[in-house]
Unconditional design. Structure first.
Length: 296
């Protein structure tokens, strides 16, 4: 029987009554069987270890050192069936790490990416004491909450046009004892005030490129968080345009950009009378974060 069918029938405990007794196996056997199946399906076997650790409530070294202990394999079968269907590990676990903190995530929000930590670093290094910071498209709240938790002297407001995303950001705010303000706004249309820093990881993928994304992204992450429309720069252009009204004279816009968008961003900045003050590359050497300052 192919591994896939074996796994599915095991998930149903091979016709056993649903209310039947728990079927236990040795931890080492469960782990070895699922790591092998994950490899055959092109899934990182580390995902098996992470989910097994969550279920057992013990660390990986514990799992390795106590392979003779018994475990009910059914919960792991269920979670891995979701992983094999393409669901990202972070949604299955309901959480991920960003800037050394744990954030709740689900299909209402984009999963925070490591390269987005560059936006946080760029903001922290430029924020004067007591600066006012605005995060556009906050999603899980990861950028805004990280900035505020690192620097409680800053006043941070975070906006999104997704009410569902704002609800999850509010849960992260409470869990992480953050004091950011949250508001619904289409880019900056609902916002008044004066800001020293406007930060954002906006949706920047051109609509026609969505079909070519990994299944994990294309079929599971919210499309409103991925693409703003045909060109991919629709929200970026609006952020640059609308920021002028709210930026203080020596304020900055700090934004994540997509692969290959650097020259388009330079054109947008020039048209909207902004200077490109800095371009920060990620670990792969891709220009990932742009820092703009207004002139004229
Ligand atoms: C790429 S996600 C970034 C989420 C989060 N800041 C992060 O870095 O993980 C973009 C976010 O922008 C929001 N968004 C999309 N269009 C928007 C608009 N017109 N106005 C405000 N927010 C918008 C989406 O709902 C989504 O939460």
């Amino acid at each position: 029987m192919p591994l896939s069918e074996r796994s599915e029938s095991k998930g149903r405990m091979r016709g056993a009554p649903l209310t039947g007794a728990m079927m236990t196996e040795r931890l080492a056997a469960v782990r070895a069987r699922h790591r092998q199946e994950a490899l055959e399906r092109g899934i990182n076997p580390r995902d098996v270890d992470v989910l097994l650790s969550d279920i057992v409530g013990k660390s990986l070294p514990y799992l390795i050192g106590h392979g003779e202990e018994s475990v009910d394999a059914a919960p792991l079968d269920k979670l891995l069936a979701r992983r094999y269907a393409g669901e990202p590990l972070q949604y299955i676990r309901g959480k991920t790490d960003f800037f050394s903190r744990e954030f709740l995530v689900d299909d209402r929000v984009l999963i925070p990416r490591p390269e987005t930590e560059l936006v946080v670093e760029a903001a922290l290094s430029r924020a004067g004491r007591g600066a006012h910071v605005l995060d556009i498209g906050t999603g899980s709240g990861c950028i805004a909450i990280s900035i505020e938790r690192e620097r409680p002297d800053l006043r941070v407001i975070a906006v999104d046009n997704s009410i569902a995303a704002l609800a999850l950001a509010a849960r992260n705010r409470a869990r992480l004892s953050s004091r950011i303000a949250l508001a619904a706004s289409d880019v900056l249309s609902g916002i008044r005030g004066a800001f020293d820093l406007i930060v954002s990881n906006p949706p920047y993928i051109a609509a026609k490129e969505i079909g070519a994304l990994q299944v994990e992204v294309r079929d599971f992450e919210p499309h409103g968080a991925l693409t703003p429309g045909k060109s991919g720069t629709e929200v970026i252009e609006r952020i640059v345009e609308e920021s002028r009204r709210l930026l203080r004279p020596d304020g900055r816009v700090i934004m994540e950009i997509g692969f290959g968008q650097e020259s388009t961003l330079r054109e947008i900045a020039a048209t909207k009378r902004f200077d490109v003050e800095d371009l920060i590359s990620d670990l792969a050497g891709i220009a990932r974060v742009i820092v703009l300052s207004a002139h004229g």
